[in-house]
Design a protein around this ligand. Structure first.
Ligand code: COA
Length: 220
């Protein structure tokens, strides 16, 4: 059997990949408990998500590191978080409100909860990962994340993410992340699991890494 990790070519994304990768993000995140909570009206969701993920992807290209595959079927948006309160873009919040319109309060609340529970230790943050729905379940996500994890391992750098459902939580456990206490979003929101991938070879800490101080400015 072919090992998919040797057939998936991963590279850094550029602005010229944006249109395709925004569509991958919209379709991959279209269903599920977080989408149902953020934009309950399915008739509005695609248009809101297109504007939202356009903002998210360009923010990632300009302020973080975005990986994709040669066929543009997958995207991962990473942010090095080497200090507890990284500098965020001052333009982000007004742009978020414009992109998400009447749904802005929930997008803003989600960001605020994620930020409040973000670990204070230096790490790289996987803000979004998505594979085109028609190509999911064939090892593409594992291969793409595996390449970035190998770079982090060489640096002795931990990684952190929030898992939005039980199924992808299991994927991250297989990739050496450990689940922390779940976050339950206010106003009947979905459960989210905080996931921490420690330095390779480091003994598992007794407790999940503590959250950092409240941010002075927002970042995605
Ligand atoms: C999660 C995701 C990036 C994984 O990429 P992938 O190429 O499908 O994953 P792989 O083939 O390498 O690994 C398969 C595992 O991924 C997870 N997975 C696959 N499809 C999934 C889906 N639609 N939703 C959630 N998890 C999924 C499962 O753990 C699966 O293992 P299983 O089949 O034993 O349940 C991709 O499925 C996806 O884009 N899902 C929708 C968006 C999403 O949930 N993103 C992550 C937010 S935290």
């Amino acid at each position: 059997m072919t090992d998919i990790s040797t057939t998936v070519t991963v590279r850094q994304a550029t602005h010229s990949d944006a249109a395709t990768l925004i569509a991958v993000l919209v379709e991959a995140f279209f269903d599920g408990p977080v989408a149902d909570w953020l934009v309950p009206d399915p008739n509005d969701r695609r248009a809101v998500y297109r504007r939202y993920f356009e903002l998210v992807l360009h923010h990632g290209l300009e302020n973080g590191h975005v990986d994709t595959t040669e066929d543009l079927s997958a995207v991962a948006i990473w942010y090095p978080r080497l200090e507890p309160s990284p500098k965020g873009s001052l333009e982000y919040q007004p742009a978020l409100e414009e992109a998400t319109g009447v749904y802005a309060p929930r997008f803003t609340l989600l960001d605020a909860v994620f930020e409040a529970f973000h670990p204070g230790e230096p790490h790289h943050y996987l803000a979004y990962v998505a594979v085109n729905p028609g190509q999911q379940g064939h090892g593409v996500g594992t291969a793409m994340l595996g390449q970035y994890h190998r770079q982090l391992d060489a640096l002795g750098m931990p990684a952190y993410l929030e898992a939005s459902n039980v199924r992808n939580r299991e994927l991250y456990v297989r990739l050496a992340y450990r689940a922390g206490p779940p976050l339950i979003l206010p106003t009947t929101g979905p459960t989210i699991w905080r996931m921490w991938r420690g330095q390779p070879g480091a003994p598992a800490p007794a407790a999940f890494p503590a959250s950092g101080p409240p941010p002075r400015r927002r970042s995605l």
